[in-house]
Design a protein. Structure first.
Length: 93
């Protein structure tokens, strides 16, 4: 589902303008982003947890040239779904 499809669906179901939905979604994503950057995690009840995970740098080998190079350390964003979300996704249709 694209961002525009989500905006249209919410707009139709809630009976509010698309611009209002865009503004609210923008505010939500801004708050979520700042929360994850500040604290390294975000817990959304019934959905799951977004967590930052630090991956240290490491050596790697280019399989074609056999050249050794370094992969720099970085932070990755991970998602762990809630039990309820897993149950819902495993239900037969």
């Amino acid at each position: 589902m694209s961002h525009d499809e989500l905006v249209n669906m919410i707009s139709e179901r809630a009976g509010i303008s698309r611009q209002t939905v865009r503004d609210v979604l923008g505010a939500i994503t801004d708050v979520w982003s700042k929360e994850i950057l500040a604290f390294g995690e975000l817990n959304l009840e019934n959905i799951g947890d977004f967590l930052t995970e630090h991956r240290p740098g490491r050596k790697a080998i280019n399989t074609e040239t056999k050249e050794i190079f370094l992969i720099p350390p970085r932070d990755m964003l991970g998602f762990m779904p809630s039990g309820e979300l897993i149950e819902w996704s495993n239900k037969s249709v």
